[in-house]
Design a protein around this ligand. Structure first.
Ligand code: F6P
Length: 549
């Protein structure tokens, strides 16, 4: 049966019509316990769902929807290693990367293998971190450059920035993802090849951006060191493709493997997190994994009505499908989490940006929203105008911490900054929810011609996630929270959240067009616009054929 025709869906449509005119002001005014009742605790995360456009009945109906779409069975299927990534015939076991108890695929426990790789990573990462890993000319490595893209970049980059306070100040960490040579150039401009380590991070070890950057990095190293043996001292690889790593020239003893049952966007806690481990050390990486595990245990065991990631996912469905809102903003009031929105874009949009369901039929409802965001308070001075007074509401996630990360600024000054930062988080979620009525504006003596302009409708929902501080464990908890939020939505929409066929066509076309940009004669096999773009590029190269069209 089409999803929109199921009783659970139809009940939510009817319920939304009844709630359309209800304001958060009245929901709070009529229920003094609302904030306490709709705030939940998972590990260190305090998650306040009270500023959502929901009643207890809404949450009950959303829970019924999840149950009707087989949530309990799907969740158990993931945790028990079933091949739920059906289009690639793979298990989906990022939860095994942080498990402390057996996780089986086809009857075989994969956890010992996971632990063995972590031990191998820890040995190398701790040597690099402490300055004991020597380059080819016997100088200690003091810069680590991660070369990867998508899940092989966004997670490590985000986490390394988030946990900067745990990294030694004399170890430089850089990330190169874009194939634009400017990215590699900017990363290497002030580095010394003799003290630089490259981490080539690629699940497939075939991704064109990563392999192109890695080859140029290898040339940069060899131009300075002029000894092929230097590669073993200056390159490690993270991949599932041992052959590819070996043929690139990297010693497979210096390769950290992971498995096809880990999706790229779910791999920051696999060996893809090697650069994070170099930054924070193996002990803190263990804390990071413990944070994931804590939320995994909650997600697996908590009933739906008390299951925080599932509730967050269902609230996303509530707005996307029953209110028709198209985007979702993630607003960390934390400079350390400045790349968290970008990380979540891949996690969410590559997972659930799907139009075909598990039966191979078109999904009959909207799927993933556009996820976007920026760290507070920067966003306030850019796009919050739209959040407060634009015509389409944007559900928001506010994320903040009660204490700043330890740093080098005077503690009293740091606390002053932090208090202002947190005050802004509170203020924005309050302003979005409750707004300012025209009556309130008018009674403040505002020029009558400006009253409408200065009125805030409010009733704009948000989740507020806070934790005592941004520790390695808390970061793991946050990531796992969002992983399971995405999972929940995928279950309800009935899509495969673990493939990404939509990225293929552009890759194939780019390879063909690359050959055409310097081939001969000038190709005209495309549409007129594409042909003109190819010709324009060719005509501006030094070797341009004067006869090109
Ligand atoms: O093109 C998308 C994608 O396949 C992502 O899913 C993945 O994270 C990224 O490319 C990088 O892939 P790899 O780790 O194999 O280089």
């Amino acid at each position: 049966m089409a999803l929109r025709n199921t009783p659970a869906w139809e009940a939510l449509v009817a319920h939304q019509h009844g709630l359309d005119a209800t304001h958060l002001r009245s929901l709070f005014a009529s229920d003094r316990q609302r904030a306490a009742r709709l705030t939940t605790q998972v590990g260190d995360l305090t998650i306040d769902f009270s500023k959502h456009l929901v009643t207890d009945a809404t949450l009950g109906l959303l829970t019924q929807l999840a149950q009707a779409t087989g949530f309990d069975d799907r969740r158990e299927a993931m945790f028990s290693g079933e091949r739920i990534n059906t289009t690639e015939d793979r298990s989906v076991l990022h939860i095994a990367l942080r498990a402390n108890s057996p996780v089986n695929i086809d009857g075989e426990d994969v956890v010992p293998e996971v632990k063995a790789v972590l031990t191998k990573m820890a040995r190398v990462a701790d040597l690099i971190r402490s300055g004991k890993w020597m380059g080819a000319t016997n100088k200690p490595i003091r810069a680590v450059v991660n070369i990867g893209i998508g899940g092989s970049d966004l997670g490590p980059l985000m986490a390394t920035k988030a946990l900067r306070h745990l990294a030694p100040t004399d170890l430089t960490l850089r990330f190169v993802s874009n194939i634009d040579v400017a990215a590699l150039d900017a990363a290497l401009v002030d580095l010394d090849p003799e003290t630089t380590m490259f981490v080539v991070a690629s699940k497939t070890f075939t991704t064109i951006e990563t392999m192109t950057n890695a080859r140029s990095a290898r040339s940069w190293l060899l131009a300075a060191v002029q000894n092929e043996n230097a590669i073993a001292h200056h390159f490690v690889a993270v991949s599932t493709n041992t052959e590819g790593v070996a043929s690139f020239g990297i010693d497979t003893n210096n390769m950290f493997e992971f498995w096809d049952w880990v999706g790229g966007r779910y791999s920051v806690d696999a060996a893809i997190g090697f650069s994070v481990m170099c930054a924070i050390g193996s002990k803190s990486f263990d804390d990071f994994l413990a944070g994931f595990r804590l939320v995994d245990e909650h997600f697996r065991s908590a009933p739906l009505a008390e299951n925080a990631p599932a509730i967050a996912g269902l609230l996303g469905i509530w707005y996307r499908n029953f209110w028709g809102w198209q985007t979702h903003a993630v607003l960390p009031y934390s400079q350390a989490l400045s790349r968290f929105p970008a990380y979540l874009q891949q996690l969410d949009m590559e997972s659930n940006g799907k139009r075909i369901n598990l039966d191979g039929e078109p999904v009959d409802v909207d799927t993933a929203p556009i996820v976007w965001g920026e760290s507070g308070t920067n966003g306030q001075h850019a796009f919050y105008q739209l959040l407060h007074q634009g015509t389409t509401p944007v559900p928001c996630d506010f994320i903040g911490f009660l204490q700043p990360e330890p740093g080098h600024i005077d503690p009293a000054a740091a606390m002053n900054h932090h208090q202002l930062l947190f005050a802004n988080l509170i203020a924005q979620s309050e302003a979005l929810a409750f707004g300012k009525t025209s009556g309130e504006v008018a009674s403040a003596g505002v020029d009558p011609g400006l009253v409408a302009h200065r009125t805030f409708p409010g009733n704009r929902p948000s989740t507020i996630i806070t934790a005592p501080a941004l520790t390695a464990s808390v970061l793991g908890q946050l990531i796992a929270f969002y992983e399971h939020r995405v999972f929940t939505q995928g279950v309800v929409w009935g899509v495969n959240s673990f493939d990404q066929w939509g990225v293929e066509l552009g890759k194939v076309l780019a390879t063909a067009i690359d050959a055409e940009l310097d081939g001969s004669p000038n190709p005209k096999a495309h549409d007129a616009s594409t042909n003109a773009l190819i010709a324009r590029f060719r005509n501006h190269q030094p070797s341009a054929n004067s006869g090109a069209t």
